[in-house]
Design a protein around this ligand. Structure first.
Ligand code: NAP
Length: 353
């Protein structure tokens, strides 16, 4: 079994930034990057709002640069998942072997039940790693609508990532569900290939940033169905039709591709019962923008009224950063900032042990 001071779980901007800071603090961190390292930015084309890249940067390229920077200072990056954790006492115990026969993408596409089954099965074996402190930066994955046909046709016309899959829809009829920045980004990615892109949105205005909305609404290839919702995806081996309700009327429309872009949920199934989560599964820290976060913070004020170790979770020695904590901003730059905070908090906390 490997014993280490600090384990970082996750390889998005929060995890790699924590790696950069922790390695420079000589904590010799081990970072578990998952099988597909890089987090949600691997599914993004151009990142135009990360300071320091005046011309924008391609998401995967940006994450490779983050990784190289973390490794340059000595972060030990492992391309495997933390599959299960026991945070009940220190040293914390972690399992990193996917049980034989497990779908390697279970943490991305599996249901909560599938993931919990993997966690429980992994724990039948002895743990693989012990750590004095842990930073959780497992991020978030796409939410599905839960309508008939959707899950069964993933990879057969249903996708959660147009940036990855748009090229397969050359001259095809496609739909994007959602009204946030992800939906706008997916729509724009599809306009480069598809014959037709229709955005299906449940309200009469988008939530996305104004600049993204303008790009979508000014594109001749795009139509919007306002006040509409997807009710069913229909097809035997691949998507053939969709059922949509608009203003109370149901209609069937021919379709080749359906892109679900209705937001993300935190990846915390392996932490259930290990530390405090909110009702939606987000990790609570002393810095969470919520009643629970405020309550936790109030219990940990120093003599000057400052919150001690703001990124610490309800378990001393376990810190969290990025989309797994952040219900509100979810930007690469905010996640990176939180990763920095978690690493500094972990370093200072470990010094006191
Ligand atoms: P989001 O901002 O939460 O938007 C989700 C969209 O899906 C909303 O329009 C919402 O409708 C709709 N929706 C949610 N549940 C639904 C349901 N059950 N049925 C139908 N529609 C549903 O999520 P996001 O677009 O994934 O973005 C998340 C964060 O990442 C945001 O902070 C965003 O700014 C950031 N992001 C940034 C970029 C970029 O800057 N390039 C790219 C992608 C994401 P309502 O509007 O009615 O609630």
């Amino acid at each position: 079994m490997e014993a280490t001071q600090l384990v970082i779980i996750g390889s998005g901007p929060a995890g790699y930034t924590a790696g950069i800071y922790a390695a420079r603090a000589r904590l010799e961190p081990t970072l578990f990057a998952g099988i597909k390292s890089g987090g949600q930015l691997m599914y993004t084309s151009d990142v135009e709002n990360y300071p320091g890249f005046a011309e924008g940067i391609n998401g995967p390229q940006m994450m490779m640069t983050f990784r190289q920077q973390a490794e340059r200072f000595g972060t030990n990056v492992q391309d495997s998942y933390v599959v299960a954790a026991d945070l009940s006492q220190r040293p914390f115990k972690l399992w990193t072997q996917l049980p034989a026969g497990t779908n390697p993408e279970v943490f991305e596409v599996g249901s909560d039940e599938d993931i919990l089954a993997v966690v429980n099965q992994a724990k039948q074996q002895p743990p693989d790693v012990e750590a004095q402190a842990v930073i959780i930066s497992t991020g978030a994955v796409s939410i599905l609508l839960g309508v008939p046909g959707e899950r069964q046709l993933i990879g057969k016309g249903v996708s959660t990532c147009a940036v990855c899959d748009a090229a397969f829809f050359r001259d095809k009829v496609t739909y994007v569900i959602g009204g946030g920045d992800s939906a706008m980004e997916d729509t724009l990615a599809l306009t480069k290939f598809a014959k037709k892109v229709t955005v299906i949105h449940r309200r009469d205005q988008f939530r996305a940033s104004k600049i993204m909305q303008e790009r979508v609404l000014n594109n001749d290839k795009v139509k919007v169905m306002w006040n509409s919702s997807l009710k069913e995806v229909i097809g035997a081996d691949h998507v053939e039709k969709i059922k949509v309700e608009q203003d109370g009327q149901l209609q069937e429309l021919p379709a080749d591709g359906v892109f679900i872009a209705i937001g993300h949920k935190p990846v915390t199934q392996l932490l259930r019962d290990q530390l405090q989560l909110d009702d939606h599964g987000y990790v609570i820290t002393r810095d969470s923008f919520s009643q629970l976060g405020l309550e936790l913070a109030r219990q940990h004020l120093d003599d000057h009224g400052l919150v001690k170790f703001p990124s610490m979770t309800s378990v001393p020695g376990v810190f969290a950063a990025g989309d797994v904590v952040d219900v509100r901003y979810k930007q690469a730059v905010t996640a990176a900032g939180q990763g920095c905070m978690a690493a500094i908090d972990a370093e200072r906390w470990l010094e006191l042990q």
